[in-house]
Design a protein around this ligand. Structure first.
Ligand code: H79
Length: 439
């Protein structure tokens, strides 16, 4: 009997350790309240930066393509962004109405923006010699922004990682993934214990050397260091290089559609990452998005129940381009008036489109009007719901009508008060957050 019991215990332990290599222990997953808090923030600043700014080409991807590898790998010796001022960047984000900030501590080119003990290829060996990640963490704390870190799991520069060029070909037989993952864990431990990031944004997990078991191992490792740290869905292995979805097999807390607005999803947390221009890293004269595109992107993202991580690539001297700073400030000015319809809201119940998007909180339904197609805006039927009152947010009343089937017609003013997105508040006789999504 005792033997049988021992056998059962051994089997159970064996089963458990096997399970640990393929999936995450549910007990260590990021708590729902932490993720809800993250989703309430709605708007963050993504920053892609490194010595590559000296060439104005794409970070990581231009190594061995637009810029010869040997030249790219020497750029750090000239990287001296004397005008870098962490507080200026954080103030830029704060004035834009952003609530969090994510810096590329390490991109696919392997250069580390913090003084890591585990690689010489870091900022202390540039002429600049200051901890960029640390300065930003400190400034975020001072100005009340959540500080987050981007860290890719591929590294074309590290000899222990089998792939050395963006083409993903010719794995190097001398590489050693065990050593590589061990260095990565050491670096992540430095980051988590020194800078206490609110969230970690992984990337680069679609290349063949990256395996799901590494993702399970690293997620588990991080959760032991900080049970509340939020982790995106690019840490598991064997996945395509677009991560718009969450599912039980996918490791990570939230989905990350890239360069496109995610679809309305009331169940899974998600965050769209998108560039303010076209390139992630700084490019001279890169095409800047119009204010309309910027604000409507934020409204459509919120309207789909997601966050927006909006990216700038600072210049090699350490400044963010003035025209980008100005655009972000304009977004902040819009949010000063209309922020109530973005922060802490839920998306839906209508799917965002080119004419309008909807957000909701309590008994208020916020209709983001992008375009005045005609005198009236007709919304899909909301059955069993009554509109008690309709008015422009921070403005005058709006004539409204609801027919027997629940279809709501709003009479738009001759001129919308805001050229990019005017918000109409509908006060309902019920909690708008409980309304089912309309197809
Ligand atoms: O860090 C940014 C990208 O470098 C990274 N994710 C965001 C946050 C990323 N790595 N890979 N991918 C995205 C997917 C591959 C995109 C590509 Fe391309 C399209 C590679 C080559 C064509 C983007 C456009 C990069 C170079 C040109």
């Amino acid at each position: 009997m005792k033997r049988l019991f021992t056998l059962l215990i051994l089997l159970a332990v064996g089963f458990q350790s096997n399970a640990q290599t393929t999936s995450i222990d549910p007990w260590i997953k990021t708590p729902a309240n932490v993720l809800n808090d993250f989703m309430d923030q709605r708007f963050g600043l993504f920053i892609h930066w490194g010595p590559v700014a000296l060439r104005g080409t794409e970070i990581g991807w231009s190594r061995g393509t637009n810029v010869p590898t040997a030249e790219y790998d020497q750029l750090y010796k000239e990287f001296n962004p004397v005008l870098f001022n962490a507080e200026e960047w954080v103030k830029t984000a704060k004035n834009a109405g952003m609530k969090y900030l994510t810096i590329t501590a390490k991109h696919h080119d392997g250069f580390c923006l913090w003084p890591t003990k585990f690689s010489d290829y870091n900022i202390m060996n540039s002429p600049y010699k200051k901890d960029i990640v640390g300065e930003l963490a400190k400034a975020c704390k001072k100005y009340g922004l959540k500080f987050c870190v981007y860290f890719t799991v591929l590294d074309w520069h590290d000899p222990n990682y089998p792939i050395h060029l963006p083409d993903g070909k010719n794995p190097d037989p001398k590489a050693d993934m065990n050593k590589f993952v061990s260095t990565m864990k050491n670096q992540l431990q430095e980051i988590v214990t020194k800078y206490h990031p609110y969230m970690l944004w992984f990337d680069g997990n679609w290349e063949s050397p990256w395996k799901n078991e590494y993702g399970v191992d690293i997620y588990t490792f991080l959760k032991k260091l900080d049970p509340n740290v939020i982790i995106n869905n690019r840490i598991g292995g064997g996945q395509p290089n677009s991560h718009p979805k969450l599912s039980p097999e996918i490791i990570g807390d939230y989905a990350t559609p890239e360069q496109k607005i995610g679809e309305l999803n009331m169940k899974d947390p998600w965050e769209t990452c998108m560039t303010i221009c076209q390139q992630w890293a700084w490019k001279p004269n890169d095409k800047l998005k119009s204010l309309k595109e910027c604000i409507q992107t934020l409204a459509k993202t919120s309207g789909g129940n997601g966050n927006l991580l909006f990216n700038v690539g600072p210049m090699p001297d350490g400044r963010i381009e003035q025209r980008q700073v100005s655009r972000l400030k304009e977004m902040g000015e819009w949010l000063n008036t209309y922020g109530e319809s973005i922060y802490g809201t839920k998306g839906g119940p209508f799917k965002p489109n080119e004419i309008f998007a909807a957000t909701r909180k309590g008994n208020k339904l916020y209709i983001h009007v992008f375009e005045r197609k005609s005198t009236n805006l007709v919304l899909p039927a909301l059955q069993g719901v009554q509109v008690n009152k309709a008015y422009l947010l921070k403005g005058s009343n709006i004539m409204h009508n609801q027919d027997a089937s629940g279809v709501i017609t709003l009479q738009l003013p001759a001129q919308l008060p805001n050229a990019e997105d005017s918000v109409i508040v509908l006060e309902l006789n019920t909690n708008a957050e409980n309304l089912p999504v309309q197809s």
